[in-house]
Design a protein around this ligand. Sequence first.
Ligand code: ADP
Ligand code: GLC
Length: 468
Amino acid sequence: MEIIHLSAECYPIAKVGGLGDVVGALPKYQNKLGHIAKVVMPAYQTRFMQENEFEVVYDGWGKLGFQNFTVRIFREKTNKLGFDLFLVHIAGLLDREKVYGYDDDTERFLAFQIAVLDWMAQWEHQPDVIHCHDHHMGLIPFMASYCPQFRKLSQVPSILTIHNAQYQGQFGWDKLHYIPAFDLWKSGQLDWKGSINPLAAAIKCAWRVTTVSPSYLDEISYKANGLEDLFAQERAKCVGILNGIDNDVWNPDTDPMLEKNYNIRTVDSGKKANKKALCDVFNLDPEKPLFTFIGRLVGEKGADLLPEIFYNALIQTNGEINILLLGSGDPQVEGRLAQLKDVFPGSYNAYIGYNEILSHQVYAGGDFLLMPSRVEPCGLNQMYALRYGTIPIVRRIGGLKDTVIDIGDGGFGICHDQTAVWDVGNAIGRAYELFLDTKRVKEIRKFMMQLDHSWDKAAQQYIDLYRI
Ligand code: ADP
Ligand code: GLC
């Protein structure tokens, strides 16, 4: 089958969170299964763009409302990522350093979607499926179905994968003229509660809809940032497919970013060396258990509670633990987490910012990884932690519920029920007790590291879904 993935992120070209990891891995695994999976994404001004070689495969222009824009599409020449990569350049809109966060994100991603459809409508052949990721690509199923300009694509099945229904990309009806002409009686397909809602439109118009874990699919019927009724209506075409991880990139035995590589046999000495290196850099004590957090500092991740959680844990254990945080997001939360450094020097430290290399080192050097998420459609961090022998402490929600089993139930992680300071505190207390049982920790680490969360299974599940 020929599969076209459309996404705003793809590792290693541009990554903000797990979406980038997924789109950087799933197509590669689909190709390994004998299919032809390609990725089309915006050409941001990232290092990848400067450091690699490209050929131009398309020159054209598009129209966004009353404005024309020029389009140039590049193909990465070597195929070194394991799939064909196409980057869409639109001067003035996409050629910026950041992926999101601009006032004109609506215009940027709409122009991208229009440009891609214009291009694909000129292909001599049609792909077997167009796989759209998140709301940034949410108007593709609608436009492909109802805009005469893209008529050639109207019979190509479109799939929407929802990585996070919190973000929907809504904009006002005053921008309707951005969307190329269509029969106006189809306008209802774009609407949700009085706005043009790209995520809702994709849920209505895509041939199939997936969420990134089965539990998240159950949860969004009653908690989906206003889309609950829509999910209830469209439930029959939705399916939850648990994400995998890229075992080539996330392998402690070969990971070039680590102080020392290790595998199941050498995990004890390997983790010890990585922990020591990390503790040296961050002025922490390698003899004490190291609790870590990596992620976006936003409400969904429970980040607003972290300062209080950390403060209590450090006071209650009399400084017998270390905490290291790597994250960025809400400036207020960032500030509070940075301030704690002065309160607990030698026991607590934080790197406020995004740092891919450090994230690998933290997965490898930590003893525990905290994920007290309020919402977690899948979560990749806990799967990376498992592969690196770091015990996850997670709230039982979404994909976390589908991937982590509590030690009390014969499993390998520590689970709690609420995103609440006291509940996470209890979980940290349980982890601290566990840490003192060195033999058990060693057994759990080895057990976790042999769990298979690679993309092999999910890549096939998507292929089966495309065939329906
Ligand atoms: P989400 O996509 O909701 O942010 P995921 O758990 O799916 O959550 O994926 C997060 C990804 O982003 C992981 O690869 C994680 O290591 C990475 N990540 C998050 N924050 C940072 C950071 N500050 N520095 C480096 N990597 C980060
Ligand atoms: C989203 C979700 C996260 C998921 C990721 C990849 O960003 O918040 O839970 O793991 O997408 O699917």
